[in-house]
Design a protein around this ligand. Structure first.
Ligand code: 13P
Ligand code: SF4
Length: 355
């Protein structure tokens, strides 16, 4: 049995830089587990059938207990499954909110409920903390679409043109850019330079959607989100026809033809806020499917309708893998220190823009 002091294990398992691999807790669905997770079930009952709860609840209790032992915090993106989002996350939000929270946490370990670029951003902002991603394969088609060498070529080709990179990129790409942006602040970041031309890379659709709202000329790249590029205006209009009163709420990674027919476009948290504030009778989130399930509890009167496109990368993060991360301190995210210095500057410039 491990002993703990100051939130850290001091005996048992093997030592990794002062942190110790812990024994596996019991994953039985006992009365105690049922009692301790009853409040959480209330929040997810719209999306998780009662019959499935005995599978999730023991993991939720074990993870919440272990977080205290490890002095760990779980930062979860709005796309994480309801059992993660409502069950074990300490902070939930869009990419900008998660980056901000990552820079504020006092915890010793950060577990990223999200994809690899998000964990890298947390590491950039917390070089002295241990950042873990429960599945290293959780990537992103946008991050895959461009390399640091590509950005260096763009800088040569367009000397003097500021380079804004979407946070959905590797640290190596961030390191070559002047500043980062997210879907929540892309327009503000682009306009912050006060110049006529800006490179906004690598998301072509985000760039086109920002270009439609500014006088700044925007040059871009051919990267796309594999989830958002699948939606078509024709399919969404057919939902609108079949459901009078339906509001279309889109993410700016969608093609411009979708943004043109949307009632609202914004970051994932912006989309959630819109539904909370406006309570349309029916809503179609043009984004990753888990988000409607996560917000349903807060707006029970809103009926969510539409196609369900899942992000295969986000879905790689599961409760069993989060538990393994906490127990075994895997997978640790590291960034080359020389790259980290430059990438951090680009992320911090974005975070400090309006603070
Ligand atoms: P947000 O920053 O709006 O949460 O978007 C991140 C993302 O990956 C959307 O696909
Ligand atoms: Fe990347 Fe798209 Fe998945 Fe977001 S939804 S993480 S942009 S692949």
């Amino acid at each position: 049995m491990a002993m703990y002091r100051d939130g850290l294990a001091t005996q048992g398992g093997f030592d990794r830089g002062g942190l110790i691999v812990l024994p596996r807790p019991s994953l039985e669905y006992t009365d105690e587990v049922a009692r301790e997770t009853a409040d959480i079930y209330e929040r997810v009952k719209h999306s998780i059938p009662a019959i499935e709860w005995p599978v999730h609840a023991p993991y939720i209790k074990a993870i919440n207990d272990l977080k205290k032992v490890r002095n760990a915090v779980i930062l979860a993106h709005n796309y994480q499954t309801p059992q993660i989002f409502h069950g074990v996350a300490d902070v939930v939000g869009d990419s900008l909110q998660l980056a901000r929270e990552a820079s504020r946490t006092d915890a010793r370990i950060i577990i990223q409920g999200g994809v690899h670029f998000m964990a890298e951003t947390s590491k950039l902002l917390n070089p002295d903390k241990m950042v873990l991603i429960p599945d290293r394969r959780a990537g992103c088609s946008l991050a895959e679409s461009i390399t640091g060498a590509d950005v260096r070529l763009l800088r040569e080709r367009y000397p003097g043109v500021p380079i804004v990179t979407y946070v959905n990129t590797s640290a190596e790409v961030k390191a070559e850019s002047d500043i980062c942006c997210t879907s929540a602040n892309a327009l503000e970041v682009v306009e912050s330079f006060g110049v006529d031309t800006v490179l906004l890379i690598p998301d072509e659709y985000l760039a086109q959607n920002v270009a439609a709202r500014t006088k700044v000329k925007i040059l871009t790249w051919k990267g796309h989100c594999e989830v958002h590029e699948r939606f078509t205006a024709a399919e969404l209009l057919s939902f609108k026809e079949a459901h009078p009163g339906l509001e279309i709420i889109a993410h700016p990674e969608c093609p411009p033809e979708i943004v043109a027919i949307a009632d609202f476009t914004g970051s994932t948290s912006g989309m959630i806020r819109y539904v909370r504030d406006n309570r349309p009778p029916k809503a179609l989130f043009v984004t990753e499917c888990s988000m409607a399930a996560n917000v349903q509890e807060a707006v029970p009167e809103v009926e969510f309708i539409g196609p369900c496109n899942l992000c295969p990368h986000m879905q790689r993060i599961t409760l069993p893998k989060i538990l393994d991360s906490l127990l075994n301190l895997t997978e640790e995210v590291t960034v080359d220190p020389e790259i980290a210095v430059r990438a951090r500057r680009a992320v911090e410039r974005m975070i400090n823009l309006r603070n």
